[in-house]
Write a protein that binds this ligand. Structure first.
Ligand SMILES: C[S@@+](CC[C@H](N)C(=O)[O-])C[C@H]1O[C@@H](n2cnc3c(N)ncnc32)[C@H](O)[C@@H]1O
Length: 288
């Protein structure tokens, strides 16, 4: 049955309003596919019926959470351990040694993974520190993972992954070093998880506490923001980053031509530094 364009528009607007993610017309075919499981679960026949139910949340048997369920189903949560390895490797090879020098007197690092999905990116970072335990002895490392998806954050907090998930990006030795196998799956080891925490958060809203961060990863999140929304996200990230900190984007993302808040870091792909105009950004941070 043909679904009306108006219904698809309403669902795309709902997603944009709650997350900033922009479903352009040529990507709206995704809506039916992404919502298939939710339709099955609730016995909903199509997007038109869903839109009718959303219009009357008070009397809907699915309650006010139906809209949030729709949003969660439409978010792209694709992630895996050590994603885009050549890019990720710049962290242990260049960025973390440089931050170790810059923070040598304070011996504290605060890291934010914005849009961390189900946690693989955060635990990949935690594994880097756990594998260099002597080098970071005496340091306080704090890695915060945030995502706008409640279900992703719940999964991340559990630290529990299937065989398929641990095999994506991890070698056998890493799996055995950082995970414990149980009947429930593979659970991240306590020592590795002790430096991470997770929070539900929208990157377009006021940055989480514990800023300024020394390093922010925001990878494969900004891709589907429209340019004005992306600009808001860059301003939020810039306000939360230490003036001498680093931002890492996804392999296919850049700040070039998108914002004046960051500049590429020398010739390191996907690594950016804050534009050193402290007055402008101190003002911005106060206004957030
Ligand atoms: C494709 S995943 C990327 C995960 C991880 N950063 C990586 O690169 O493997 C994008 C994540 O961004 C989250 N996201 C989308 N819009 C967001 C927003 N406005 N604020 C925070 N997270 C958001 C999604 O829920 C999803 O989990």
């Amino acid at each position: 049955m043909e679904v009306s364009q108006a219904s698809l528009q309403i669902i795309a607007d709902l997603l944009a309003e709650r997350t900033g993610q922009h479903l352009t017309e040529n990507r709206r075919w995704r809506i039916g596919t992404a919502l298939a499981g939710l339709f099955r679960e609730h016995g909903i026949s199509n997007v038109d019926q869903l839109v009718c139910l959303l219009a009357q949340p008070g009397s809907s048997p699915y309650g006010p959470d139906l809209a949030q369920e729709v949003v969660e189903a439409l978010l792209n949560n694709e992630t895996y351990f050590f994603r885009d390895k050549p890019t990720f490797d710049q962290l242990p090879e260049h960025v973390l040694p440089e931050l170790a020098r810059r923070r040598a007197s304070r011996r504290r690092l605060s890291i934010w993974c914005a849009g961390c999905s189900t946690g693989q990116e955060v635990y990949s970072l935690a594994m880097l520190f756990a594998d260099q335990v002597e080098q970071w002895d005496g340091w306080t490392i704090d890695i915060l993972g945030t995502d706008v998806s409640h279900s992703a954050i719940t999964a991340a907090r559990s630290g529990l992954y299937s065989q398929f998930e641990v095999q994506r990006g991890l070698g056998i030795a890493q799996m055995l070093r950082h995970f414990e196998e149980s009947a429930r799956g593979w659970e991240i080891a306590q020592a590795t998880r002790s430096i991470v925490r997770f929070l539900h958060h929208n990157v377009l809203s006021r940055p989480p506490a514990r800023q300024p961060f020394d390093l922010i990863l925001c990878r494969n999140v900004l891709l589907y923001f429209d340019p004005p929304t992306r600009q808001i996200a860059f301003d939020r990230l810039r306000a939360a980053l230490a003036t001498d900190g680093f931002l890492m984007l996804g392999a296919g993302e850049t700040v070039v031509g998108q914002t004046r808040a960051f500049l590429p870091s020398e010739d390191r792909a996907s690594i950016y530094e804050a534009v050193p105009d402290e007055r402008v950004y101190a003002k911005l941070a106060n206004a957030l």
